[in-house]
Design a protein around this ligand. Structure first.
Ligand code: NAD
Ligand code: MG
Length: 386
């Protein structure tokens, strides 16, 4: 059971909800980090009195140091300082709520320091899942997923020690804001439309991923790595209502599911209380008012990112790294209105074709590949502008 936490990405959607849970559970907050921080980060320092606060933007960190000089919080700047926050002795649990591959090295630093990892940052498992899981096994670090689907699967699997009893995992998918629309209509959708998710309020990058269904593709790879399962045993299912958070089908035909209101504070709290449970003030699920629930196959023609992720998952660890890095750059360009909706899968597909995808590679190789892919995709974007 968690007593004290460090949060990577405390100003984001997951980071803020984590602080709400921490307050409710009276957890000590040892370290918080963000990119540029702003007024919200300063408020968090004043409210939670962490031992360490890190901003990866050095200029913002220097400015913050002056502003919170009256506090006992040490302020550090730069990406390397994230490693210090991740391994801080005062915390027993590390919440990885940064977005993107930026979370990879700090997650490994937390694992090596023996922390429980409350893992929200799925890109880390997509780009280097086998490396991260091997590190966790070597250091006996517990990885408890915070992603709602993976937390649901984790909850369903309590008491099931033998992974060969899993026939398949069914990851539920809301379908995102463009579900059911023809491709011609989706093609014109802007980032401002994509970030209006029907059921969940999330950061900008994951909201776009949910609209393209890349999020489900990344989550399939995340589940494959967490539970060491092949692609055919991790299947996506469209479920518009986001009431069933995922299901596990076992070898005897039993299907277990976890249901609840769409509230990320539930999986965050469970990552802290596991293997126990704790009282929560969250809205309970009312089965009599939540309406009918339905399930259907995803449409891989309207949402090609899902098919690309499945293709990468089959190719190997390097392909997953390429997929993830290309997607991060493409989504950033889409968020800036520089490209259209279907340019995202086009850029990802081009990157997947340009880099060999088989095998896992070492951590250094994966970090180098991640950098090369980003550079290549920035190049594709610059070509398109000419
Ligand atoms: P967000 O954009 O709201 O917040 C991201 C946080 O990370 C911020 O504090 C930001 O300052 C920091 N950050 C961003 N880039 C950084 C960098 N390069 N270096 C250091 N810090 C950086 O994101 P979010 O929606 O909270 O998502 C965080 C992670 O959790 C993502 O990996 C996402 O896929 C995953 N996740 C989110 C949700 C959700 O409901 N929001 C659900 C499941 C999983
Ligand atoms: Mg999810």
């Amino acid at each position: 059971m968690t007593q004290s936490i460090s949060i990577l990405g405390s100003t984001g959607s997951i980071g803020r909800q984590t602080l709400e849970v921490a307050e409710e559970m009276h957890l000590r907050v040892a370290a918080i980090t963000a990119r540029t921080g702003g007024a919200r980060f300063e408020e968090q320092i004043r409210a939670f009195h962490p031992e360490l606060a890190v901003l990866t933007d050095e200029t913002a960190a220097a400015d913050l140091r002056v502003r919170v000089a009256d506090q006992n919080t040490k302020v550090l700047g730069g990406a390397e300082a994230l490693l210090e926050a991740a391994a801080l002795p005062a915390a027993d649990t590390l919440v990885t709520a940064v977005v993107g591959t930026a979370g990879l090295r700090p997650t490994i630093a937390g694992i090596r320091a023996g922390k429980r990892i409350a893992l929200a940052n799925k890109e880390t498992l997509v780009c280097a899942g086998r490396i991260v899981m091997a590190e966790a096994a070597a250091h006996r670090a517990e990885i408890v997923p915070v992603d709602s689907e993976h937390s649901a699967v984790f909850q369903c699997l309590q008491g099931i020690a033998d992974r060969s009893e899993i026939r398949r995992i069914l990851l539920t998918c809301s379908g995102g804001p463009f579900f059911g629309m023809p491709k011609s209509q989706i093609a014109g959708k802007k980032a401002s439309d994509a970030i209006k998710h029907p059921n969940w309020s999330m950061g900008a990058k994951i909201s776009v991923d949910s609209a393209t269904l890349m999020n489900k593709g990344l989550e399939i790879i995340e589940a494959m790595r967490l539970y060491d399962l092949p692609l055919e045993k991790v299947r996506p299912v469209i479920h518009r209502q986001s009431v069933v958070h995922s299901l596990v089908e076992l070898c005897d035909g039993a299907v277990l599911a976890q249901l609840g209101t769409p509230d990320m504070r539930l999986p965050i709290r469970y990552a802290f209380t596991w293997p126990k449970r704790g009282e929560s003030r969250a809205e309970p699920l009312d089965l009599f008012t939540c309406g009918a629930i339905s399930f259907s196959e995803p449409d891989r023609t309207a949402f090609p990112c899902l098919a690309l992720a499945e293709q990468a998952a089959e190719q190997g660890g390097r392909a997953c790294c390429v997929l993830n890095a290309a997607n991060e750059i493409a989504v950033a360009a889409y968020l800036e209105d520089r490209i259209g909706f279907y340019d995202i899968p086009a850029l990802v597909e081009r990157a997947l074709g340009a880099f060999p995808g088989a095998g896992d590679g070492t951590l250094d190789e994966i970090l180098a590949l991640d950098g090369s892919v980003r550079e290549a995709v920035r190049g594709y974007l610059a070509e398109d502008k000419r």
